[in-house]
Design a protein around this ligand. Structure first.
Ligand code: A3P
Length: 320
């Protein structure tokens, strides 16, 4: 009701005032909340999502750190889960961007409305959602239900370079130049939207180790290396395994091809449209290579990142 809404708006403003703030790499505010740097423009949506979202046991949630392969994993998840809803050549991915088919809680659904009607938020059942929110900050209904999480991470050096180019594209043309050195310092400190990256990855890694039936932890590099076996793993995990018949008829290969970088990048919808948050879809498709970092990082940067990777992941058994 209205009174309640007014109070919550006050409460929210008060909370916002107390949080440390910095600038993101392309000049918007980020605020430090529950141990991560939340992009300020979606902070309210994150809080609404935490307060109001009620997960169903059938929900599937695609989670990632930005630039780790979110777009790809959305395309794959959508195609695997819904493959019997449409003829092969009529995959909705040919007409809609992956981010339109699996919508973000914070950049989309809760951005427009603090308690959106999620009943028809996906094209087909089951409901498919996505988020960049770190594991400890997920609403408890996601953790406590039988909903499933698929998480994708990526080599930190490639992720850094990808983020660097992405933010370059989003920076206003007349804004001050922002060097790779500056970005690197901030990267090492964890100061960028959803950072620190290492905490994000560690949080989901640990949770997936504790609960492998709940969280599938994928790596971008593995998908690049063998998309067919990774697709089968994804389908099995989600409860939509490929039948022998489907495998014989090349259904797995077909999905891999539809979701490939080469295919998605060239579709009109991904060339021209702008997402709900004002990002042009084409900023999501750059080079899609493993090891592109070697073209940009100095040996000193590589050294420092290797140390960071070691410090953060060595004990966990996670390698890149
Ligand atoms: P690069 O900048 O290294 O090219 P996200 O989707 O999480 O924002 O990640 C973007 C990164 O994934 C970019 O990496 C982008 O090129 C790559 N990418 C986008 N679509 C892809 C696809 N279908 N297959 C493989 N990589 C893809």
């Amino acid at each position: 009701d209205e009174d309640h809404e007014v109070n919550w708006e006050d409460e929210f403003q008060e909370l916002m005032q107390t949080l440390p703030k910095e600038k993101s790499w392309y000049g918007r505010d980020i605020c430090f909340y529950q141990g991560f740097w939340c992009p300020s423009p979606v902070f309210k949506a994150v809080i609404s999502f935490q307060k109001h979202f009620q997960a169903l046991d059938t929900d599937i949630i695609v989670i990632s750190f930005p630039k780790c392969g979110t777009t790809w994993l959305k395309a794959l998840t959508f195609s695997v889960v819904n493959r019997n809803q449409f003829a092969r050549e009529e995959n909705p991915l040919f007409r809609s961007g992956p981010h339109q088919l699996i919508r973000f809680f914070e950049y989309d659904l809760y951005l427009k409305n603090p308690s959106p009607d999620l009943e028809n938020s996906s094209l087909y059942p089951p409901r498919l959602f996505s988020t960049h929110v770190p594991y400890p900050s997920l609403p408890s209904s996601i953790k406590d239900s039988n909903s499933k999480i698929v998480y994708i991470c990526r080599n930190p050096m490639d992720m850094f370079i990808s983020l660097w180019f992405f933010t370059e594209k989003l920076r206003a043309e007349n804004s001050e130049p922002f060097s790779l050195d500056e970005a690197f310092e901030l990267f090492c400190r964890g100061t960028y939207g959803w950072g620190p990256f290492f905490d994000h990855v560690s949080g989901y890694w640990k949770a997936s180790q504790e609960n492998p039936n709940k969280i599938l932890f994928l790596k971008y590099e593995n998908l690049k290396e063998d998309i067919i076996s990774q697709l089968k793993k994804l389908a099995m995990f989600l409860g939509f395994p490929f039948t022998e018949e489907e495998e014989k008829h090349g259904v797995v290969e077909e999905i891999a091809k539809t979701c490939s970088f080469a295919n998605l990048k060239e579709l009109a919808v991904n060339k021209n449209d702008v997402n709900t948050f004002g990002f042009p879809h084409n900023t999501l498709f750059r080079k899609a290579e493993v090891g592109d970092w070697s073209n940009y990082l100095t040996p000193a940067m590589v050294d420092r990142l290797e140390k960071l990777i070691q410090e953060n992941f060595d004990k966990s058994g996670l390698t890149f």
